[in-house]
Every structure is written in C-alpha cells, then in structure tokens.
Design a protein around this ligand. Structure first.
Ligand code: URA
Length: 244
C-alpha cells in the first residue's frame, strides 16, 4: 500500500538496463511513451497505473481493480491465514493476489468489504478526515432503549484510546435490533459502543460504506466496481473536505 509514484528517470533506471542519466537521451530519441504519449521530461511522474513503454516494450501496465464482497461469518479480513478462510478466498479475479482490504470486519461480522489494488483510493477512504459514513445492522442480546440514541449522538468515551467517539446515528428497528451509522472505524467500535450499556452484540452486518451498499449482492458473493463507481467515492471524499 506504499505510494507508488516516482520520477521518470528513477523509474527507468529501476525497471530497465538504462541508467538515470540515460533517460534524457531516451526522451530525446522519442523512445518512451507514457499512457500512449511521448515523454518530454525526466521529471514526469510515473504513478501506479501509468502505462510506460520503452522501445515498444511495456515496463508497467497495471490496471486498477475495485471490488465489493458480502463477507459471511467465519471468514478472516486478511489476505492470508493459516487456520481460516480469508476474504481473498471468496474473490474470483485474475489480479486478486494484488488486492488489499479497505476497512476490515471482525471474524463473525458479515457484510460489505471493499478491496482494491489502488493504494491512493484505499488511503483516501480510510483517512479519519474523510469521515465516510459506514452503516451497520446490529442484533443485541438485551432490549435497546432511547437512551442509546442520545448517548451515541453525544459520543461514548473509550478509555483505552482516551477519546470520545464522534456523533453516531442510531435508528431503533425493533426491541433487539437497530441500524447504526458512524464515521469512524476504531477497533471493535460497534461492539464497544453497545458494551457501554453491557449489551452484547449477537450479530453485526455492514450494509454500506459511503455511497456503496450491498444492494442485493448475495452473501459470499463479490462484484467488480465500475471505474465510475470508484470515482464517485473519490468525489464524495473530496466534497467532505479532503484532497491529497
Ligand atoms: N465494529 C465492530 O465491533 N466490529 C466490526 O467488525 C466492525 C465494526
């Protein structure tokens, strides 16, 4: 997930037999194409998805991939695990081994997980400043009261981090179930918020992250997002105040 932008001369020296200083001559000889256009400066930026050709040979041609999965219970939000199936085991895509997870869910939490190979995209979604809303359906062991609504709106104090959660919106659906929307992603956040009332979470299901919702995607199934969908998320992030 490291930022993968480098200067053209550095990229050429790292990905071919030519040196940093050769790059100037390669440009002058019109031998380098960036996204199909002749390179014009050693200072041009090569990003993760820039297509780079040298003498007609591709040095980099990675395609961005954006996916959503409806994660079932008993699956680890990791790319490798020795004991349990992982979210990657449920994905069918030729580039699946390049994907990383954007916002993990606990082993027994179900619902929407986003995966991508685009580090800039996942960083933007995960940044606390982005304040992207995540909505969960929660089933509780004890009845939920209106007291919870006010407390979650005000914020719950987490001693371990010495912080108070940002205002969250709770809609009571029935005596034992509710829909919770929050803009943070602290460790076990939902369970700990209900834990404030000593009310155990029996089932937790994430239905949406920002503009994405499962919308009928069956449990254990995944689908690729279109470029337009992935960009709509970027627009939403930008509108909410962050642009890196
Ligand atoms: N909050 C939790 O407690 N668990 C999750 O998996 C997600 C949010």
């Amino acid at each position: 997930m490291k930022p993968r932008t480098s200067r053209l001369d550095r990229f050429i020296s790292q990905n071919s037999d030519f040196s940093l200083s050769d790059t100037r001559f390669l440009i002058a000889q019109k031998r380098i194409l960036l996204d199909g256009h002749l390179a014009h400066s050693i200072q041009q930026k090569v990003a993760q998805f820039t297509h780079v050709e040298l003498d007609g040979i591709s040095l980099q041609h990675e395609q961005p991939v954006y996916m959503m999965l409806n994660k079932p219970r008993g699956v680890v939000s990791a790319t490798k695990d020795l004991k349990h199936p992982t979210v990657l085991d449920l994905i069918q895509h030729p580039q699946k081994d390049q994907l990383h997870i954007v916002g993990r869910l606990d082993f027994n939490t179900t619902g929407l997980v986003l995966l991508t190979n685009d580090g800039a995209w996942s960083r933007k979604i995960s940044l606390p400043e982005t304040k992207l809303s995540k909505t969960y359906e929660v089933t509780l062991a004890q009845p939920i009261t209106d007291e919870y609504v006010a407390a979650f709106k005000q914020g719950i104090y987490f001693a371990y981090e010495n912080m108070t959660t940002l205002p969250a919106s709770l809609e009571i659906i029935s005596k034992f179930s509710a829909r919770l929307s929050l803009v943070e992603g602290k460790y076990h956040q939902v369970k700990r918020m209900f834990g404030f009332f000593q009310n155990e979470v029996l089932a937790l299901h994430r239905v949406s992250v920002g503009p994405f919702s499962l919308d009928g995607l069956e449990m254990s199934n995944s689908r690729q997002l279109t470029i337009e969908e992935s960009q709509s998320l970027m627009t939403q992030c930008t509108v909410q105040g962050h642009q890196s």
